[in-house]
Ligand binder design. Structure first.
Ligand code: ADP
Length: 275
């Protein structure tokens, strides 16, 4: 008889009971959802509140850095160190905000458009070259130029981009990195990043997409990581009905693959794009 409330969530099970009857067991799981929402809101609020003071601090540090010659020499190393740490904190806060947005209750991606994945992958390859710099990784790409995806461009860009930048960051200088964008036999599509890098042990693979899970914290930090990249990628992919497959062996490199369902795939002929 109690009035129905909108935020009530029930977990329902139907169990055979006797020959022709069924027992329906309903459990009130609303509190799990409420706690989950509180956790999400808390992280989003903390990140949001930290953003402004951090911007102010970074602004002053930047001004001091611009006046480096006037800063007393003994203080210069600490100024550089502070600037580096402030930039790192800003990156963490931005990643946390991105993650809160992707992890919000809506499970579908934002504005849906036809996303030119071939162009996105070409850009990511250039970004990878720039990130590699003097490390001179050998970066190649094999792209199906007519294969586009229906989705949200920023989310897809950041999901694929995180995988590509990880390949560079976890592959020693001179190593090989290959980007592949191709159709699947079932009408779906697959984006793959293969690297000849340090690889990952089986026990770690299962946990990589957890927030802040890092196999080697020092290495992650030294290469500019926040430990949130793969969590962001996983959520963005989930919102596109896609899954992330990771295969790797320590010392033998890794393959990160994003597998998109056929419903997301859009075929664009070269002529259609020119028009
Ligand atoms: P991070 O900012 O630490 O790179 P990610 O969420 O992107 O955070 O990745 C989580 C962890 O997964 C990394 O710290 C690293 O240990 C491991 N990892 C990710 N990509 C690779 C890769 N291509 N090769 C080896 N290890 C990887």
């Amino acid at each position: 008889p109690s009035p129905l409330r909108e935020d009530v969530r029930l977990s329902v099970r139907v169990v055979p009971f006797g020959n022709h009857e069924r027992l329906i067991a309903a459990r009130d799981v609303s509190h799990f959802f409420r706690i989950e929402r509180m956790r999400r809101d808390f992280v989003a609020n903390v990140s949001h509140e930290l953003r402004t003071p951090l911007t102010v601090l970074s602004g002053y540090l930047e001004t001091w850095s611009d006046m480096r010659d006037e800063v007393p020499p003994p203080l210069r190393p600490s100024l550089e160190h502070m600037s580096g740490q402030a930039a790192r904190m800003q990156q963490i806060v931005e990643d946390l905000l991105t993650l809160s947005r992707l992890d919000s209750e809506s499970t579908v991606a934002g504005d849906q458009v036809d996303v030119p994945i071939p162009a996105v992958v070409a850009t990511l390859r250039e970004d990878a070259e720039a990130l590699s710099g003097a490390q001179r990784h050998v970066i190649t790409a094999d792209i199906d130029a007519e294969l586009w995806l229906r989705g949200e461009i920023k989310e897809l860009h950041s999901a694929l981009g995180n995988l590509v930048s990880n390949a560079v960051r976890y592959t020693p200088a001179g190593g090989r990195i290959t980007l592949i964008w191709k159709a699947e036999a079932d009408g779906g599509a697959r984006f793959e990043v293969r690297d000849s890098g340090i690889g990952i042990a089986a026990a770690d693979i299962a946990r990589l997409t957890e927030r802040f899970y890092r196999v080697d914290k020092d290495r992650s930090r030294a290469s500019g990581g926040t430990g949130l990249g793969l969590a962001i990628a996983k959520h963005a992919l989930q919102r596109h009905g896609a899954r992330l497959e990771i295969t790797s062996r320590p010392g033998a490199g890794s393959t990160f693959a994003c597998v998109f369902p056929s419903g997301r795939v859009v075929r664009k002929t070269t002529r259609a794009r020119a028009g």
